[in-house]
Design a protein around this ligand. Structure first.
Ligand SMILES: NC(=O)c1ccc[n+]([C@@H]2O[C@H](COP(=O)([O-])OP(=O)(O)OC[C@H]3O[C@@H](n4cnc5c(N)ncnc54)[C@H](O)[C@@H]3O)[C@@H](O)[C@H]2O)c1
Length: 517
């Protein structure tokens, strides 16, 4: 996922236009080799060909490619002739993936004519261009993806390349006796239409997600009933649920129809709760658009609403007909929202996927900047790991508890701050404390504790003020994470090796908090 994407294709195929848009979609840097070479050589390419010859130009082109191949996560529009040297193709193959942007010769002719053929040194009489076109096709054959963009607009072509290149990850999650497909994809509307299968659909979303993403989904569904709620944590109430029930009733929705919840964790929690209770259970699909939703909230079959200030006080377990993790939607998230999701994904890595934890440790700056292929990888690894844990214990009577790493103290922090603090930052502090407790008990070595703490501080941003020890302990005693009167903490015995402990004492916790802060 960190390699470059090289766009190759004939003159006029649209490499520069599509490449620029592809970089925008993937949130990566774009490099146009011809533009860069012109800038470095100080004159237009046709002048270089005339004055210093094609060989000279090809040499400089190969040297530039060598430099670009040493970098990562670039979208590169390669010069039209770059593929003709075998060493260039080998270099591109080793350092990333090659996309052939194919176009009909007549389309290329029209475009080049419009731009002025004088700008293209290799564009001469019709017969030579035809021969060149045929010769290059053989070199283009050796690519990872071929897209004929003739019938597509440049933006559509860029989206299509992004979706095809970084593919789709599908896997089932076992929820009790049932199974639910999870689809992590850049083409969520198509995946949803497949799951809906022609059924009548009520589409629940919030204002913000509706404004940004509803169109893509409406195009794929036949006249859905759209239900819009305001958004954020305040929608997780019985009052909002009632308003949704009433709209479903007015629309004569029955158990064989489908409710789709499109949005972040608040919308999917509300949607799953309504679906689990309306007429004793309505088929539903969760389409998650936030990173926190994709890595956590949408996977696992839990739905809950808040009761006054008590979070998730009323809830149920439900089995959706499908979960779609919309990685294309992550492009409109703010950095702050990416932080929230990354903390939760890192926690999942720590309890069950060392490769996920390492991916975040290595690539946190690109992830925070919204690099889409990396985010998609984080989403699929997190969701798979959570699915494995949930499959062992759907109703949270045992193994599933390990997902609460960092949450025992994290919830105390949130509660003491009156829930005015972001969940991610509170959990990050909870994780730091859990790591410190693991270290002081000799369960993990100092280098691992140090590595995890450094990563958490980087991804979570500003540190938060911890509650005083007595207040923290009081909040922990009131939380759901109590077994037979004892507070349960999840600690680590190593990367991917969580352990439950019930004997953390108030002084031990206070010491860990002091050391962390
Ligand atoms: N059911 C579970 O197992 C579970 C697990 C973890 C969290 N949760 C719940 O998830 C909720 C938090 O999740 P969240 O932060 O996604 O909630 P959210 O739905 O409130 O989303 C946060 C904000 O992001 C916006 N948003 C969502 N997708 C967007 C996108 N693609 N682009 C721009 N803006 C977008 C929303 O409109 C909202 O304003 C909490 O209520 C929490 O209790 C549930």
């Amino acid at each position: 996922v960190t390699g470059n994407v090289y766009l190759v294709g004939f003159m006029g195929a649209g490499k520069t236009t599509v490449g620029r848009l592809l970089a925008e979609v993937l949130r990566r840097k774009f490099v146009d080799m011809d533009e860069l070479l012109e800038a470095r050589l100080g004159e237009p390419i046709p002048e270089v060909f005339r004055g210093r010859g094609e060989e000279f130009f090809r040499g400089r082109e190969a040297a530039l490619l060598k430099k670009l191949a040493r970098r990562q996560r670039l979208v590169v529009a390669a010069g039209g002739g770059a593929v003709e040297r075998a060493e260039n193709s080998t270099l591109m193959r080793r350092s990333g993936r090659i996309v052939h942007l194919a176009a009909d010769l007549e389309v290329c002719r029209t475009r080049v004519a419009a731009q002025g053929p004088g700008l293209r040194p290799m564009w001469s009489d019709a017969e030579s261009v035809q021969r060149l076109f045929e010769r290059r096709q053989a070199a283009y054959d050796d690519c990872d993806l071929r897209l004929c963009a003739d019938g597509l607009g440049p933006r559509e072509a860029a989206r299509e390349i992004a979706a095809r290149l970084f593919g789709e990850d599908r896997f089932p999650v076992r929820l009790g006796q049932s199974e639910c497909p999870v689809i992590c994809t850049g083409e969520a509307p198509r995946a949803l239409a497949e799951l809906a299968g022609g059924r009548r659909v009520a589409l629940l979303t919030d204002r913000r997600v509706g404004r940004l993403h509803l169109d893509r989904f409406q195009e794929r569904l036949a006249d859905p009933l759209v239900i819009i709620v305001p958004g954020g944590e305040r929608i997780k109430t019985l009052g909002t649920a009632e308003r949704v029930y009433r709209q479903l009733l007015a629309g004569r929705f029955n158990r064989d129809d489908l409710l789709v919840a499109l949005g972040g964790g608040a919308v999917t929690d509300l949607g799953a709760f309504v679906a689990g209770t309306y007429k004793r259970g309505l088929d539903h699909v969760l389409v998650s658009t936030s990173l926190l939703g994709c890595v956590d909230a949408a996977v696992g079959g839990k739905a809950a609403l808040n009761l006054g200030r008590t979070k998730n006080a009323v809830g149920c377990f439900t089995v959706p007909a499908g979960v779609v993790l919309d990685v294309a939607a992550l492009g409109t998230l703010a950095r702050r929202q990416i932080r929230e999701g990354l903390v939760e994904a890192y926690k999942t890595g720590l309890i069950g996927s060392p490769s996920l934890a390492e991916l975040i440790e290595e690539h946190w700056p690109a992830l925070l900047a919204g690099d889409r292929p990396l985010l998609a990888k984080v989403v699929s690894l997190s969701a798979r790991t959570k699915a494995e844990v949930v499959a062992q214990d759907f109703r949270e009577s045992g193994r599933r508890f390990v997902l609460n790493l960092g949450h025992t103290f994290g919830h105390a922090v949130e509660s003491w701050h009156g829930y005015r603090l972001s969940h991610g930052r509170a959990v990050a502090l909870g994780l730091l404390v859990a790591v410190r407790l693991s270290l002081s008990r000799g369960l993990i070595e100092a280098p691992l504790a140090q590595r995890i703490s450094v990563t958490l501080n980087r991804i979570a941003g500003r540190p938060v003020t911890p509650p005083p020890p007595e207040a923290a302990w009081e909040a922990i005693r009131q939380d759901k994470k109590i077994r037979q009167g004892r507070s349960v903490f999840v600690l680590l015995e190593g990367l991917g090796r969580p352990v439950l402990v019930e004997d953390v004492s108030p002084p031990e916790l206070a010491a860990a908090v002091r050391e962390v802060c």
